[in-house]
Ligand binder design. Structure first.
Ligand code: ZN
Length: 287
C-alpha cells in the first residue's frame, strides 16, 4: 500500500472525475492526501475526504501565491491567483473535521514575483511588501497548525540561483520554533546545504515526479541524503507527471513511479520503499 501525501484532486483539472480518480487510487492500493491552496480548494479537499470512509484525507491552508494577486501559467492550467488572507475563523471551522490531517500548503514563493524589482506588481505591492505578506500568512499558519496539533505542509519555490527565500524561511522556522512540531518540506529542489538544515530541524521531506526526470543529479543527491525514516512520496498532481507518464495529467495512482525511482537511487527494493514510506506517512499524519 502506498500513500500519495500531496495531491490536488481538489483542483479544477479533476472537476469532472475527482471521485473516480480517488476510487481508482484506492482500488490500486493508494491512499491520498489532498492539499488546499486557498479557502475554496481547502473546502473541496475536505468534501472529497468526506465521501470516502477511509483512505482520503485533507490538508487545509493558504498557498503563498494566493496572498497577493497575479497571473500564473501552470504546466497544465491557467489561473489568476487571488488576494486572500489566512482567515482564522473560516479555517477554524474546517479544521474540526477529523479527516483534516495538516495545515498548508503554506510557505514562501519568490519564483514568480513581478519582473520589475523597483516597480509594483499587479496587486500594487512591491516585492518587499509581497514577501512580508507571504511571511505573515506563513507564521499565522505555523501557529494555527501548532494550536490544532496538525502537520505543517511547507511549500517553497526560490528565485533561480538565489538563497534569499531559504534564509527567510529558516529565520521563520527558528523564530516560530518549528522543531517543536510535526512538519514536512514538500517538493524541495534547491541546494543540499539548506536541505540538510531542514533535516536537522526534524523535517520530513516528500519527493515527487521531479526525481524521475531531473537530469542535473541534484535530486538524486537529495534522495541519497534523506534518511529513509523521513521520506514521504507524493505526486503533486495534476502537475509534475513522472516518467513514463510525462505529458499526461498526473494522478495519485502514479505515485508508484516515484517509489520505483527512490528505490533505484537508494539501491534498495521497491517493496522496502513502499513499506517504509507508508509507515512514515501514517506516523506523521496520524492516519
Ligand atoms: Zn502542491
Amino acid at each position: 500500500m502506498l500513500i500519495d501525501t500531496h495531491a490536488h484532486v481538489n483542483f479544477r483539472s479533476f472537476k469532472d472525475d475527482a471521485k473516480e480518480t480517488l476510487q481508482r487510487a484506492l482500488d490500486n492500493g493508494t491512499w491520498v492526501i489532498n492539499v488546499g491552496s486557498q479557502i475554496d480548494t481547502s473546502k473541496e479537499a475536505v468534501e472529497l475526504a468526506n465521501q470516502f470512509e477511509k483512505g482520503v484525507y485533507a490538508v487545509i491552508g493558504l498557498h503563498p501565491e494566493h496572498t497577493h494577486s497575479q497571473h500564473v501559467d501552470e504546466e497544465e492550467t491557467h489561473f489568476k491567483s487571488r488576494e486572500e488572507d489566512f482567515d482564522i475563523n473560516l479555517y477554524s471551522e474546517l479544521v474540526k473535521n477529523p479527516k483534516v490531517v495538516g495545515i498548508g500548503e503554506c510557505g514562501l514563493d519568490y519564483y514568480r514575483l513581478p519582473l520589475d524589482k523597483l516597480g509594483t506588481s499587479a496587486s500594487g505591492l512591491s516585492h518587499e511588501e509581497i514577501k512580508q505578506k507571504q511571511m505573515e500568512a506563513f507564521r499565522k499558519q505555523i501557529r494555527f497548525a501548532k494550536e490544532h496539533n496538525k502537520v505543517l505542509v511547507v511549500h517553497s519555490r526560490p528565485e533561480k540561483g538565489s538563497d534569499e527565500l531559504y534564509k527567510d524561511m529558516l529565520k521563520v522556522f527558528m523564530e516560530e520554533k518549528v522543531s517543536d512540531m510535526r512538519f514536512e518540506v514538500h517538493s524541495y529542489t534547491h541546494t543540499p546545504e539548506f536541505f540538510q538544515k531542514f533535516l536537522d530541524l526534524g523535517a520530513y521531506v516528500s519527493f515527487n515526479g521531479i526525481i524521475t526526470f531531473d537530469k542535473t543529479g541534484n535530486m538524486a543527491e537529495l534522495v541519497k541524503m534523506a534518511p529513509m525514516d523521513k521520506i514521504l512520496l507524493e505526486t503533486d498532481c495534476p502537475y509534475l507527471s513522472p516518467v513514463p507518464m510525462r505529458g499526461k495529467r498526473n494522478e495519485p495512482s502514479f505515485v508508484k513511479y516515484v517509489a520505483e525511482n527512490v528505490a533505484r537511487i537508494k539501491n534498495i527494493s521497491v517493496n522496502e520503499v513502499v513499506k517504509i514510506t507508508t509507515q512514515n506517512a501514517k506516523k506523521l499524519f496520524n492516519i
